[in-house]
Design a protein around this ligand. Structure first.
Ligand SMILES: [Mg+2]
Ligand SMILES: [Zn+2]
Length: 198
């Protein structure tokens, strides 16, 4: 029995679900390596009734290193593995543009998060944004969402208090935190309680 509304979780991809390749992009399925804890973390989110959306910058498409079709193929394969493990991903959003293109959707801008919000109707202030970079945290701050930063090297105790962002070591730890957090008791990680719109 669930007595609170469904939680939405917006996940970055590289560095959260799969390992960031040394100095490069994931341009083939061979490059896609699930990080420790990411498949169990996605399963835990599904078991807790969370709706998971992936929101990811993939400038490799704009740079011509990967076609949109190849990106779709990689996406289908990783989503299938997630499902086989007991997880669920409701939708995947990519910004394919290069940084120099100045688009509105590339994080740290909030365009892609807003598109996901329009299509799925969640409330940003009750939606967790999970990423591994400052750009993910900035995008979360722009929309007023609580941010969770996955950092394998972080001193989690110290960083959490100084930055106001929940720091975890893996997507599994992020999922544990999200599952344990009541929506009406959300700490104000991002924006100190101010919802920034526009
Ligand atoms: Mg990342
Ligand atoms: Zn873009």
């Amino acid at each position: 029995m669930r007595t609170e509304p469904q939680k939405f979780v917006l996940l970055d991809r590289d560095g959260v679900i799969n390992r960031v390749k040394d100095g490069g992009y994931v341009t083939s399925w061979n490059d896609f390596e699930f990080l420790p804890g990411s498949l169990p973390g996605l399963r835990l989110l599904a078991q807790n009734g969370c709706a998971v959306l992936v929101v990811s910058n993939q400038a490799c498409v704009g740079k011509g290193l990967l076609s949109a079709k190849e990106l779709r193929s990689i996406t289908q394969r990783f989503v299938a593995e997630v499902v086989a493990f007991g997880g669920r991903i409701r939708a995947v959003y990519y910004c394919p543009h290069r940084a120099e293109a100045g688009c509105a959707c590339r994080k740290p801008r909030a365009g892609l998060l807003r598109r996901a919000q329009l299509e799925h109707g969640f409330h940003f202030e009750e939606t967790f944004v999970v990423g591994d970079s400052a750009g993910d945290v900035e995008a979360a701050r722009l929309v007023g969402s609580p941010a969770v930063l996955v950092s394998s090297e972080a001193d989690t105790e110290q960083s959490a208090s100084s930055s106001g962002v929940k720091i975890v070591r893996s997507l599994y730890e992020a999922a544990e935190f999200i599952a344990a957090t009541k929506l009406d008791r959300l700490p104000t990680f991002a924006g100190q309680g101010t919802c920034v719109n526009g």
